[in-house]
Design a protein around this ligand. Sequence first.
Ligand code: ADP
Ligand SMILES: O=C(O)[C@@H](O)C(=O)COP(=O)(O)O
Length: 419
Amino acid sequence: MLLGVIADDFTGATDIAGFLVENGMRTIQLNGVPETNLDIDADAVVISLKSRSCPVEEAIDTSVAALNWLQQQGCQQFYFKYCSTFDSTSKGNIGPVTDALLEALNEDFTIVCPALPVNGRTVFNGHLFVMGELLSDSGMRNHPVTPMTDSSLVRLMDAQSKGTTGLVNYQSIELGAQAVTERFAAIAQEGKQYAVVDAFNQSHLETVGKAVKSLKLVTGGSGLASGIAKNWTEHLTDQSSAKEAGKPQQAKTVVLSGSCSVMTNQQVATYAQKAPHLALDIKACLEQQDYCESVFQWVIENLDADLAPMVYATAEPEVLKAIQAQYGAQASSHAVEQFFSQLAHQLKENGVQNFIVAGGETSGVVTQSLDVKGFHIGPQIAPGVPWVKAVDNKLSLALKSGNFGDVNFFETAQGFYHD
Ligand SMILES: Nc1ncnc2c1ncn2[C@@H]1O[C@H](COP(=O)(O)OP(=O)(O)O)[C@@H](O)[C@H]1O
Ligand SMILES: O=C(O)[C@@H](O)C(=O)COP(=O)(O)O
């Protein structure tokens, strides 16, 4: 095993796993830290955690447990995967987890690289942009769980972590990998522990990829996966047959959408014009014991439609604000997550085999409730969203990051089925 990835949520895990496979690494995704050693024949293992918005101590404990397990499997380099929009709580889980991983590895330097230009996430002079807008001006400022109101990665990292942060700006990146490695050394020499790296195109990421070859720990989004994969070229092989194993079969399908991102709102609106759809009543999620049963019945009645039925909590920012003001942000998001968890479980028990899920936290609870241990990685529906197929049963899942995919995503996903 070459590379061990610790992903802080489930959509993030499938995102990076998809790019590693795309770039020739035989990759397996495991949901949570396995209790025993496993005999895995792969180049990379991605462990998906649900540590992005949990209490910081829990995030540290699960991440270090994942690291220990990956070390036991013989991994040589470790990657802490977080969101390309640097989603973190006000307490900031990314900084403390990075510190804990560095300490456990006995290392004192790493990089911070959330850039994913193919999906419009770019870093310029240490500031994170989403589709050309500063992170703090983008829809991420209204995220229900991790609102992002600062775009400076240096400031965010300094605020969250024990150490201090330097910047490798794009001028240095454009001088090539050797110059970047020298900048890392200079930043470390100044007593800083982390270097934010600029990257606003693929070529920048390839350069950063080369420059991190000898770092034990790398942190970032999935954009760097191709650069990292290239460091292991002598091991890499064509992965087209592996992707076959991850392809979904024609089967009963449901769409569950728990993301309130700008893109998911558009995807839900577009799909609702063509397919059976049901908007969740949040009050009922919180207060009505038998609500799940009635939604379950609605899904069952609509499973034979041409396009799969969609159940969604997705709401525009003003609606979400009103819900949060009435019921509390934590209580309402928890109720929605619990609802989707229960519904998914019940649908699986009743023969639904394919789950298309929007939202990272939502994907986490749904995957856990389906009791899937790990995935084969299939073809990419959109950059960063592959179909994945359970290793231990027939279930196929498309776990979509809130922000990813185009407006037709839910329909496009169903076009990948084979008999
Ligand atoms: N209508 C709603 N009211 C309250 N909370 C909601 C609503 N819709 C979704 N949520 C919550 O918002 C969070 C969205 O996070 P997530 O699933 O990670 O989406 P994203 O990928 O966009 O970050 C989840 O905890 C979900 O339960
Ligand atoms: O890096 C990304 O943008 C995604 O892989 C990711 O982490 C998704 O998180 P959500 O937006 O919460 O789905």
